[in-house]
Design a binder for this molecule. Structure first.
Ligand SMILES: N=c1c2ncn([C@@H]3O[C@H](COP(=O)(O)OP(=O)(O)OP(=O)(O)O)[C@@H](O)[C@H]3O)c2ncn1[C@@H]1O[C@H](COP(=O)(O)O)[C@@H](O)[C@H]1O
Length: 108
């Protein structure tokens, strides 16, 4: 089983790409192009994930979800957040029924 440490290592790599050469780093290129380009990639990968789920090829789906996760990690880093913020939010929700959680949002 692959360890979740990959998220930690990948996040460290993403952080190291601030100010790196966009001609030799895809992540540096995305940071250089800015928020709209990163959001465009997240949107594209979300659509490609839906299409892969529809075509029934499980390996294709895994690869598209990896692209989607990767680009959302780039977005988090670009925004000054990290995967740990998302993990903390999932941990906060752990054990809370999705229906109860949705109702509590309406009360806020
Ligand atoms: N995990 C990934 C990863 N997943 C997907 N991609 C890139 O995300 C892009 C996916 O976009 P598309 O499928 O739309 O392909 P594309 O048409 O080539 O993309 P565009 O030119 O349209 O942007 C491809 O260029 C992939 O190579 C990734 N690029 C990098 N990483 C990780 O990030 C690290 C740092 O990357 P660099 O900054 O490039 O060194 C790498 O060591 C990897 O660990």
């Amino acid at each position: 089983m692959v360890s979740a440490d990959i998220l930690e290592r990948l996040s460290t790599t993403l952080a190291s790409r601030h100010g790196a050469d966009p001609s030799s780093s895809y992540v540096a290129k995305l940071f250089h192009k800015g928020t709209d380009e990163i959001l465009k990639k997240v949107g594209e990968e979300a659509v490609e994930t839906i299409m892969a789920a529809k075509d029934g090829d499980k390996l294709h789906l895994v690869r598209e979800i990896a692209d989607l996760w990767f680009h959302t990690l780039v977005l988090l880093e670009h925004t000054g957040l990290s995967h740990e913020d998302v993990l903390a939010e999932l941990a906060r929700r752990e054990g809370i029924s999705g229906i109860d959680e949705k109702n509590s949002r309406k009360e806020q």
